[in-house]
Design a protein around this ligand. Structure first.
Ligand code: PRX
Length: 669
């Protein structure tokens, strides 16, 4: 993988680099960490004496059934943290709060999607006590349906409290959940079932999205019937489907296989002891896109993940007892796992869940919710912020946002303009902003300001969290001078690191630990400024970040060529003002197939069917042939330039001829 122009500093960032926002004094006064010196001291210790540091944290932060014997066993690239210990994630999120004042605090505040303008959404509040009861009951439902420790369970639900309940119930009995985002297709569900060999699927009849119903159960039915090339059913490991009544739409119920969530509850009690699990017991598998092949099942385990989830949530969001904390991510993504469910609950915080879109029924949906519940901490994606900017300041101005005290962003680089708008319009220049860099694989936040301590710069994720040793290096793994672009690597194991790719240790080694010796390669380009602040530039591999969603170009390409009309496809990213990156597909067609606007629509739908609506190309450009090197490799760099530089007008369906370009480029080689 060669370094690309993406690692070069971006002019806009350089211009803003000089702007520093110190932590507001009023904020720092009550913060967990009050100065940069305090942060540096703790950070230094976490790097110089990691085992002492993490051992102390694990003891102070978590409830153990049995203490660990060794903090870290590192056999590169395989880590075992807190070896010999036993604990339970669900116990640490719920039971530990029972019998304390937190028991009666709201654990989840849920707002459903409103039916129409002016109509309130449904709402539901579950205290820790109530959530504990519901989780225990549902854990008993899982057992009743044949699920035991170590079994894999697919969760394919809308953003409703039951999604969190299902995750926690799995954790309680040691079942391994794999949440699949509701925007993924039947094919994607089937692939994930097949790879994880899941025994059970938990789904809903439907979910609401912008006023229409997403047919989740129908997708599951289809997934369970899909076959591979040799005619084998992909999802034959599934024995049961538990269906939540949510949208009230008509669905098919398969006798002997499908059961209703509410019916099952009638057969179980509310007593279910939490399983005493090994520190390294698998907690969840989450599938994410890489540069090649099908999505990888990223595996996270119990103790290290939980410790980092609890610590990062408390330090990064500087949690206080009065907080109403809202992370707007869907539980289908890692952000929803760590910062809607596990992190906030492990801290006894009130976590708000919202089912719908930011602009339905109107573009002030978020601000209405902030006002209604008195949200104090808001954590969202740069894409959402850019959309808010586009919709205009009048929408937030209609609401009282004075409860907010801290803002966060995640998922993609935030451009300084969006940062400054967020700070001024939403945060009234009063709220610090934490721009948090991390990945599905890292499990928890890795590079981030700590709001009472770290001066921020718009567009920079600033400095590493405790125990995290990031470095910017060249292709050989040598650190590059500050101000120079390079590859972002992590030099040390950390507690919440992925433990592997489900069922594929070799791929784990190759993808993450082979690019740069003795280091975890993130796939991101980055540079450090003279103050040591990290500026993430974005992916330098063939992974795109479209509206904060991670999409593998190879996956979209194979979805396209699986259409009988397509001969070849190459997918690249193009800068997009709103979504960060847009997805452009260059497609050559089989002989006698004509390029038409209808075909473009058909191919976009085909990708939605194969992967899910999230992966639909923004543009499809038909070509006579794709530009290739003499050895037959597609010249992606050239395609990127073409995608970025040429304006695409309306629905013209011209066939592009790259032969000249390819010849020119070869001559330059
Ligand atoms: O490119 C980085 C970008 O998102 C990628 C990880 O995507 P995913 O595994 O889906 O996790 C997203 C939520 C943690 C990274 O490799 N990314 C994430 N956060 C930031 C970011 N890029 C710049 N700044 C961030 N704060």
């Amino acid at each position: 993988m060669s370094q690309t122009d993406k690692s070069a500093p971006n002019i806009e960032s350089v211009l803003h680099e000089a702007r520093v926002f110190p932590p507001p004094k009023a904020f720092a006064r009550g913060a967990h960490l009050k100065s940069l010196a305090q942060y540096r001291q703790l950070y230094r210790e976490s790097i110089q004496a990691p085992e002492r540091f993490w051992g102390r944290q694990a003891k102070d932060e978590l409830v153990w059934f049995r203490p660990w014997k060794k903090v870290l066993r590192w056999n590169e690239p395989f880590a075992k943290w807190f070896v010999g210990g036993r604990l339970n994630v669900c116990y640490n999120c719920l039971d530990r709060h029972l019998g304390t004042p937190t028991a009666n605090r709201a654990a989840l505040v849920w707002e459903g999607e409103p039916a129409a303008p002016g109509k309130p959404g449904e709402e539901r509040v579950l205290t820790y006590q109530q959530l504990h009861r519901e989780v225990c009951q549902f854990a008993n439902v899982l057992k009743r349906n044949g699920i035991a420790k170590g079994d894999r369970v697919i969760i394919y639900l809308p953003m409703v409290p039951e999604a969190a309940i299902a995750m926690l119930a799995c954790a309680r009995i040691g079942a391994v959940h794999s949440v699949v985002f509701g925007g993924f297709s039947a094919q994607s569900v089937a692939d994930r079932i097949c790879d994880s060999q899941a025994k059970l699927v938990i789904t809903a009849d439907g979910g609401f999205r912008r006023g229409s119903v997403v047919q989740l159960k129908k997708n599951v039915d289809e997934a369970l019937g899909l076959r591979d090339a040799s005619g084998d059913r992909l999802a034959k490991s599934v024995q049961r489907v538990i269906v939540l009544r949510r949208a009230g739409n008509d669905i098919h119920i398969e006798e002997d296989r499908d059961v209703w969530w509410h019916r099952e509850l009638e057969y179980v009690g509310a007593h279910c002891p939490a399983a005493q699990l090994e520190s390294e017991h698998p907690l969840f598998i989450l599938y994410t896109s890489g540069s090649t092949g099908k999505p990888k099942g990223v595996l996270h385990t119990t103790a290290g993940y939980l410790l980092a989830a609890r610590m990062t949530t408390r330090y990064v969001f500087d949690l206080r007892e009065t907080d109403v904390y809202w992370c707007t991510a869907d539980v289908g993504w890692v952000t929803g796992h760590s910062y809607v469910v596990y992190g906030p609950l492990a801290n006894g915080t009130t976590s708000l869940m919202y089912e719908g879109a930011p602009n339905f029924p109107e573009p002030d949906r978020f601000w209405r919710i902030v006002e209604k519940y008195g949200v104090t901490v808001l954590y969202t994606a740069p894409t959402a912020i850019r959309a808010f900017m586009k919709w205009g300041e009048d929408w937030p101005r209609k609401h009282d946002l004075s409860s907010l005290r801290l803002l966060g962003t995640v998922g993609e680089p935030i451009n300084p303009e969006a940062w400054i708008w967020y700070h001024r319009v939403i945060g009234a220049k009063r709220c610090p902003i934490v721009d948090t860099w991390w990945q599905t694989e890292t499990g928890n936040i890795m590079i981030t300001p700590l709001p009472g301590a770290t001066p921020t710069k718009p567009g920079s994720a600033t400095l590493p969290f405790f125990g995290v040793l990031p470095e910017v290096v060249d292709d050989q793994g040598n650190p590059v001078p500050r101000g120079t672009g390079g590859k972002l690597v992590i030099r040390r194991p950390w507690p919440s690191m992925l433990r592997g790719i489900w069922g594929d240790p070799q791929r784990y080694r190759e993808v993450y630990w082979s690019e740069i010796k003795h280091s975890y390669f993130t796939g991101d380009g980055c540079r450090q400024d003279p103050d040591g602040y990290f500026w993430i530039v974005g992916r330098i591999d063939d992974v795109l970040n479209v509206a904060g969603h991670r999409i593998g170009t190879a996956e979209v390409e194979s979805a396209l060529v699986s259409n009988s009309k397509v001969a070849e496809a190459a997918v690249v990213g193009r800068p997009d003002e709103l979504k960060g990156q847009a997805l452009v597909a260059f497609v050559t067609l089989k002989t006698d197939v004509h390029a038409t606007p209808e075909l473009r629509g058909e191919l976009r739908d085909h990708v939605a069917k194969e992967i899910g609506p999230v992966a639909k190309p923004d543009d499809i450009r038909f070509a006579e042939a794709l530009p290739k090197t003499r050895s037959g490799k597609i010249m992606r760099r050239l395609l990127k330039q073409i995608a970025a530089g040429t304006e695409i007008k309306g629905d013209t369906t011209t066939l592009e001829d790259f032969s000249v370009l390819a010849r020119l480029s070869q001559a330059e080689e």
